[in-house]
Design a protein around this ligand. Structure first.
Ligand code: HMG
Ligand code: MG
Length: 299
């Protein structure tokens, strides 16, 4: 069966905007987040406290976060790779953070300048200190299905890294198909393997990029396996600057269209969300790649 309700973890302001060539003004980002909240999204990833040279698009995190942190009724998780990032996030009162690991060695090097083991060691004090401060911790795991340099990623390798992230104390795990190569059978095989290892399904979220047009099918496959947290990006914005061939995430509008049709509650007003993506596309100077946004917006 399918769940009655899905929690959407909106990543457009982070995963989406981190990949834009043009730097989006801080005020536009703040307005984007306010509009996302007004459309009914309750978990909105706001920005990243990473090295500003690594992701210049999000170098304004200190200026942005205080502009949105007073929005009522929303969680605003932020990405934090290390203790320096945690200090920056805690100084601004962040209550939810995400560390981000990789299932493959190549991507760990490209994204974090560390081996997989070194990156877990880097996260360890971050998670411990965050938990001590009663801050909620998400653990992202990238390259769960395929890696642009290493090819297909063996399921046991993914399971081992997923368990290592949870063992650090992460409250939830987001399985990333960073380059969008997964297909539904592969998704179900990974979820079964995690289930066999005793990982509770309610700690798992799915994070699909839509490179090969599989993101919605993969999401449905995950819902059929009991997953109820789905990452998506308004308008289908997104990608990853350190993963060649990563394109936009599953568009939140495409997801909401499917969930509305299935009678699954999200709390999101699709018209308001679509209007937000159309507005942002105007700011960015190019149309949203989301099929649902295009279908619902008059030209
Ligand atoms: P490094 O060069 O190894 O850093 O980068 P370091 O630890 O050697 O430190 C060097 C200098 O950077 C030091 O300054 C630090 O203080 C400073 P110095 O002492 O030389 O003056 N520094 C920082 N400054 C500000 N904020 C910080 C910070 N950390 C160090 N947090 C590092 C290592 C992890 C910092 C770097 O690799 C990095 O920032 N990587 C981030 C990459 C990134 O954000 N990628 C995109 C997000 S992941 C993603 O998109 C995938 C996802 O969507 C899921 C999926 O799709 O699969 C989540
Ligand atoms: Mg991503």
């Amino acid at each position: 069966g399918l769940p009655p309700r899905v929690r959407i973890h909106e990543v457009g302001a982070r995963d989406g905007l981190q990949n834009e060539k043009a730097t989006v003004p801080t005020e536009v980002k703040a307005e984007f987040i306010r509009r996302l909240a007004a459309s009914g999204l309750t978990t909105i990833e706001a920005t990243s406290f990473v090295h500003p040279k690594w992701v210049p698009q999000l170098a304004d995190a200190e200026a942005l976060f205080p502009q949105v942190s007073d929005i009522e009724g929303v969680h605003l998780p932020v990405l934090v790779p290390n203790e320096r990032g945690l200090d920056r996030a805690l100084d601004l009162g962040a209550r939810r953070i995400a560390v981000f690991g990789s299932a493959t060695e190549t991507f760990a090097q490209k994204n974090l300048n560390r081996t997989v083991a070194e990156s877990l060691a880097m996260f360890e004090p971050v998670v411990t200190r965050a938990k001590d401060a009663k801050v909620h911790v998400r653990g992202y795991l990238s390259m769960c299905f395929g890696d642009p340099w290493e090819g297909a990623v063996p399921v046991p390798q993914v399971v081992a890294t997923a368990k290592a992230l949870l063992d650090l104390g992460c409250d939830e795990l987001s399985l990333g198909d960073t380059i969008g190569v997964a297909t539904p059978g592969h998704v179900q095989a990974l979820l079964s393997a995690l289930n066999d290892e005793g990982v509770p399904t309610d700690t798992i979220g799915v994070h699909f990029h839509d490179t090969y047009g599989q993101a919605l099918s993969n999401t449905l496959a995950a819902l059929q396996r009991g997953v109820t947290t789905v990452d998506a990006s308004a308008g289908g914005l997104g990608g990853c600057p350190y993963a060649k061939s990563a394109t936009g995430n599953l568009a939140t509008e495409d997801l909401v269209w499917m969930l509305d049709g299935l009678g699954i509650e999200t709390g999101v007003d699709l018209a308001a969300l679509t209007a937000t993506s159309v507005w942002l596309a105007e700011q960015l100077g190019r149309p949203s790649p989301s099929r649902t946004v295009r279908a619902l917006s008059p030209t």
